[in-house]
Design a protein around this ligand. Structure first.
Ligand SMILES: Cc1cc2nc3c(=O)[nH]c(=O)nc-3n(C[C@H](O)[C@H](O)[C@H](O)COP(=O)(O)O)c2cc1C
Length: 247
């Protein structure tokens, strides 16, 4: 059977130190810009961080995750209504994009653009890792990168050439995700069954043991993504949206 990139792709967190030429990175970003965008407004920008001292500072905002310290370049993709609003003003038109709806629109464009970068980079033999920590320290990242009004970081990518020691991780069964015509009402047992393979996946069993938890679910709720942390990040991100005039 033909090799299927999509069924085989993996996140890469360990890189071999090889440099990605600027032209290669620019070419990837330029091709990713063919991603669909709302009204073809292209409401995104990407900050390329290569300079070692900037990279050290930015990686610290990502809690020095190994992918952020060991990669060749960090891309911070921003929802950006600044450029478009400015163009409107300079053209004598009145922009109305300082609101939450416009943030969602720009966020959507930026996330689609990000994933397009990931796909093209991976197809070009590079490894990528999203850094979800971009949300946690969005205010400090925004200051570090000197982001103006109507520009908010929404995705970060660590990119480099892979070391080659990553392996694929499990997925839910397709049935969990597909709902025909209307949202299916699963019984409690059916819901538990959807997560059965995930719970039996050897790395997850190890994860539960290492964290001394009673279940995989509680590793998520108590350690990886606890309520207090979600609420604190919500609060600081809301503050940033206000500072950047989206709220
Ligand atoms: C929004 C988002 C945030 C993520 N944040 C992190 C992160 O902070 N650190 C990390 O190592 N991986 C991160 N990842 C990668 C996921 O852990 C990874 O995609 C998932 O475990 C599935 O693994 P796979 O991509 O190898 O199939 C993130 C992925 C997404 C989409």
């Amino acid at each position: 059977m033909k090799f299927d990139y999509f069924s085989n792709r993996i996140t890469v967190r360990n890189f071999n130190g090889r440099h990605i030429p600027d032209e290669k990175l620019t070419n990837i970003i330029e091709r990713a810009m063919h991603a669909p965008s709302c009204g073809n407004m292209q409401l995104y920008s990407v900050i390329v961080t290569r300079d070692p001292s900037m990279k050290t500072k930015l990686a610290a905002q990502h809690f020095n995750q190994p992918a952020s310290t060991g990669c060749d370049v960090i891309l911070t993709i921003c929802a950006d209504f600044n450029r478009f609003s400015r163009w409107c003003k300079l053209s004598g038109a009145k922009p109305g994009y300082d609101n939450f709806h416009s943030f969602i629109t720009a966020l959507t464009d930026a996330v689609i653009f990000s994933q397009q970068i990931v796909t093209i980079a991976e197809m070009e033999g590079l490894g990528t890792c999203y850094l979800g920590t971009v949300n946690y320290n969005a205010n400090d990242i925004s200051n570090l990168l000197e982001l103006p009004e109507l520009v908010v970081p929404v995705a970060s990518l660590a990119i480099g050439y892979p070391k080659g020691d990553e392996k694929q991780v499990e997925r839910l069964p397709v049935r969990a995700v597909i709902h025909n015509e209307k949202y299916r009402k699963d019984s409690d047992q059916e819901t538990l069954n959807l997560f059965k393979d995930k719970e039996e996946y050897p790395d997850n069993i190890k994860f539960v043991k290492e964290n001394q938890k009673a279940s995989l679910a509680s590793v998520f709720t108590d350690i990886r993504y606890p309520k207090e942390m979600n609420e604190a990040v919500s609060k600081s991100f809301t503050k940033l949206l206000k500072i950047k005039k989206f709220l």
